[in-house]
Ligand binder design. Sequence first.
Ligand code: SF4
Ligand code: SF4
Length: 184
Amino acid sequence: MKSRFSRMVDAVLFSEILKGLVLTFRHIFVRSITDTYPHQKRTLPPGYRGVIVHLRYDDGTEKCVGCALCEAACPSHCITVVSAEDPVLPQRRIAAKYTLDVTKCVFCGFCVQACPVDALASSPEYEMATWNKRDLVMDKKAMLQLGDRYFPKRQKRPPYTEERFALFNKLKTSTFPAAHKIAV
Ligand code: SF4
Ligand code: SF4
């Protein structure tokens, strides 16, 4: 505990203020660690989970097969999938409609892990500020555009051969007989 005399000296000389000023001046010459965003951007760590994007195969076709497993896995219920037959390849399915509400997304990456064809990925995109939150409901086109930007290296598309179609049709008819053949 300080004596009464030293407290009086401190009060007269404003020593506490002087100590504070010395500390402040010392930090003027220390290199700043603050990034001047947006002019200076941080280097993101590997595996950073930003906005979820859709990916394509090397021939440009989208990987998504509209199975809706991502929708089921999402804890925030921010994904909506409407599945349909591919108009070009009827044995293949696609997501006729796919929306992701980024305002609800918690960037957990569960959807990426749930996807059986690796059609989703966590991108390093984090600059999504907007005046209108409806702009943050992304459709498949917007997600594919982001995917093209951040993942230009694409996986080779597996061949859709006639043999595979034949095997699929055989399995389909043997496992699920046509409705008129089901005994009532
Ligand atoms: S990252 Fe998580 S919260 Fe966001 S869409 Fe995927 S599963 Fe849902
Ligand atoms: S993104 Fe993957 S999990 Fe989601 S609907 Fe498409 S194929 Fe299925």
